[in-house]
Write a protein that binds this ligand. Sequence first.
Ligand code: AHR
Length: 495
Amino acid sequence: MNHIIVNGNVSKGTINKNIYGQFTEHLGRCVYEGIYVKEEDNIPNVNGIRKDVMAALKNIQVPVVRWPGGCFADTYHWKDGIGPKEQRKTIVNTNWGGVTEDNSFGTHEFMEFATQLGCDVYFSGNVGSGTVQELSDWIEYCNMGGISPMANLRRENGQDEPWNVKYWGIGNEAWGCGGNMKPEYYADETRKFSTYMRNYDNEHPIYKIASGSNGPDYNWTKTVCERAGFMIDAITFHHYTVTYEWNKKGKATGFTKDEYYRLLHNTLIMDELVQNHSNIIKQYEKNGHKIGLIVDEWGTWFDVEDGTNPGFLYQQNTIRDAVLAGINLNIFNNHCDTVVMTNIAQMINVLQAMILTEGEKMVLTPTYYVYDLFKQHMNAHQMESYVDADILNEEDELKVPRLTVSASEKDGKALVTVVNLSESEAADVDVILTGLTASAITGRGITGDMNDHNSFENPDVVKIQDVAATLTNDGHGFTATLPKNSVCSFEVTLK
Ligand code: AHR
């Protein structure tokens, strides 16, 4: 028997709903076809936004979406994407496949998408090839309510009211595709850009996000926070999980048991990354000025599917991706005192996607179902939880914990999310609810063989099933059997 303790008396605070954020880039078929379709495509849509995709995203209550990149953001000039479509400039997407970008999906179209979804938006500004004036103008265009050159232009383009966009990124991967800068130089750029990123409505202040490090580059975080921390609200880092190494990413499907555990072992570094970056950031939070930590790109990155454009980063998504997503979301929940947002890469048709499309067809991935199982954690009161279980593969380099967990409480209900990392063994677990008394419980989860995935031919191979759970007589705990390779969530009604 494995044991879990959920302590209702100890908490790190509220789980920011934005931990469940998404990322969409002008990359492959993420935006075009994934979100936005043209009339001639004959795919049901509202103002160009796919109806099937919108309904699926609404179900998981996406809180915030980052756009337009990624690397694309530092080549994007937002004024190319406004005004009459036939007059919009056509550019080459030099980062992703060298395809033509006709700018038919721009600020207004993205805001239409966000309005339909009811989510917040996070715009990545262009620092690498853009100007301070350009980013400053974009904010004025989106947020100025009165009379001004940019507000007037927005009105000419059909939007009277300001959108009050809150989240603004100061570049993306400034150490790489965003300009190949040194942290000292980027810190100075951040200070300069931030100076001209103005608030136009004190009731809707903007939130400035510095481009952070490549995984464990702690010197980047330290240097940027030390020199520019007082001018930002948050700093990011990116971390993708590959099976072996960057030049040997591995396959999304058809992988071996060794590769299954290798990937999960590799992703566990996320806990250390979050902890170390948080420790550094805390040292630069002076005079009550908080700096949040954002992981605005994370997830699996595999070799592209055979026969697809290598620049489109299209990959399938298996039970292994779901287990990995569950592990990471448990980590983020358990660091909710510092992690204020994360954005899995990417929402549709790219990397670890929620949704895959092919023309008018759409399929939900195992990762999508993890977001469904975890959604009650959003804005909930986190509760500390502890696992007492063995380590799998303890003797070799691929060791991973058998179980990971996080827990929260909201509206008289506790949510306990547990991941069983074993690819072959179910796990009996008893959960002690310290300081809590339960009156009812329901369990749900996804499971399967490690390579199981949903395809357009077989869209329901992986889907949410009931998982039996039994409350103890005194209501201070429950027992359940977690299937192999599973991500389970238990909703406990509290007395
Ligand atoms: O998500 C794909 C790419 O990965 C992004 O464009 C970039 O920021 C990162 O390197």
